[in-house]
Design a binder for this molecule. Structure first.
Ligand code: ZN
Length: 164
């Protein structure tokens, strides 16, 4: 399998890493999505299957959301997957349906906070499993103090509102 990796620096607060395999292009987004984010270099990819990895997106503002929604329209016809969406992206998917309209969302991070030591940890959850009825735990073991008191911040139904 041929894979090519390429880092593309868009501006001083946003860049992405492109990994192209024979059939799929993986795009890891990193930094802040705002009015300065230019996605045009991603419009002529060789693969029509694209997986966006959102784990390292640190913030998105309203201009960034508009830019993203337009970018999604430009990609119409492609097969799009969203993976590793942090809570700030899940929030947008739930508030702005066109943010992820044409995408298959595969995994999201849910925020947990430990009641004992206040440690915060995002835990990766499978959307496919959730749709199959796998329960999202309200409590988890804390990665820092090992107590069983690390609690989901909010409720799973809210976070998965997009998955109806
Ligand atoms: Zn703890």
């Amino acid at each position: 399998m041929n894979t090519a990796k390429k880092l593309d620096i868009i501006n001083d607060h946003f860049r992405f890493e492109l990994t192209e395999t024979d059939k799929v292009t993986h795009i890891k987004l990193m930094g802040i999505i705002d009015e300065d984010t230019d996605f045009s270099s991603l419009l002529n990819l060789k693969n029509s299957a694209i997986v966006f990895h959102f784990q390292e997106v640190t913030s998105i503002n309203s201009c960034g959301i508009r830019t993203w929604v337009n970018f999604m329209k430009d990609l119409q016809g492609s097969t799009i997957e969203f993976a590793e969406c942090p809570p700030l992206i899940v929030r947008q998917m739930n508030m702005v349906p066109s943010f992820s309209e044409s995408a298959n969302i595969s995994t999201v991070f849910l925020p947990y906070v430990c009641n004992d030591c206040e440690h915060e940890q995002n835990i990766l959850m499978s959307v496919i499993d959730y749709k199959k009825g796998v329960l999202i735990p309200q409590m988890m073991k804390c990665g820092q103090c090992n107590s069983e008191e690390m609690e989901l911040d909010g409720n799973a139904k809210q976070y998965f509102a997009f998955a109806k």
